[in-house]
Design a protein around this ligand. Structure first.
Ligand code: ZN
Length: 263
């Protein structure tokens, strides 16, 4: 572990526009299970019943969506950022972060202190609910109690359109502007740091390659192996909450150390 901390500290020391790319693994330490993982909720439901097209087409599918979503939201709303989220926020305060690109929908990076405009949420955010017609959004915390026990959700208060959590459903296109921002940040970063993602689904799987092709160091902190390990600069199998805080501490100690006078 100590050697990994040192090697990652070396990479971060030289970087001033880091992209931190996060997946479910960073939030499991906050008690949020990997919903799409091998033991996740999607092994108990048929994703085919929850596609975006079905949500649009059928009131029954919308009720299913709201009832099932209420369960994962109940878990997420109680979750707090952990040491890894806080370390990423520290990197931002130290002026080293370009952006966080995340596959997570839990909003924990912002809660840890990363400014909203530096968090690129590929799959949306489950703490908000938005109108599919006019884009009006409201807090899930205020909206969820308005959903009936049968799963009927109120329509948009502005235009009467369908309301849906602002997360990307199966079969729903990612927001092209979000994907574009993530690509732009990856094209400008000087370190691509993956935390808690196995990088198997696109577009997630593409970004590390974009960075590596530019000759930018790629560091992967993940408990499981990923298809990108072979060309990464550094691969660490560790809990992010244990690895990242000592890196931040080491850099802070260096910054605080008195500069030796020229002799
Ligand atoms: Zn509306």
């Amino acid at each position: 572990m100590d050697e990994s901390v040192e090697r990652l500290t070396d990479l971060v020391r030289d970087a001033h526009r880091i992209v931190v790319f996060t997946g479910a693994g960073i939030s499991t330490e906050s008690g949020i299970p990997d919903f799409r993982g091998p033991n996740g909720v999607w092994t108990k439901f048929n994703p085919e019943d929850f596609t975006f097209d079905k949500f649009l087409a059928s009131a029954e599918a919308r009720r299913r969506h709201w009832l099932r979503g209420a369960q994962s939201y109940a878990t997420i709303r109680k979750a707090e950022p952990n040491a890894a989220h806080r370390a990423v926020a520290d990197l931002e305060r130290m002026g080293r972060l370009g952006a966080v690109i995340t596959q997570n929908v839990d909003g924990l990076h912002q809660m840890a202190g990363v400014p909203e405009d530096k968090v690129i949420e590929l799959h949306g955010n489950t703490r908000r609910v938005g109108c599919l017609s006019c884009g009006h959004t409201v807090d899930r915390e205020a909206f969820q109690p308005l959903v009936s026990p049968e799963g009927d959700a109120p329509d948009c208060e502005k235009c009467g359109g369908l309301m849906k959590p602002t997360t990307i459903s199966f079969g729903q296109m990612l927001d092209p502007r979000t994907v574009e921002r993530a690509t732009a940040e990856t094209e400008q970063c000087d370190l691509f740091l993956v935390v808690g993602s196995s990088l198997v689904v696109y577009p997630a799987a593409g970004y590390p390659m974009v960075a590596a092709q530019r000759g930018v160091p790629l560091a992967i902190v993940n408990l499981q192996e990923t298809p990108h390990d072979s060309y990464a600069t550094l691969v660490v199998r560790a809990f992010a909450g244990e690895l990242l805080p000592p890196v931040v501490r080491a850099l802070r100690a260096e910054a605080a150390a008195p500069v030796p006078l020229p002799s």
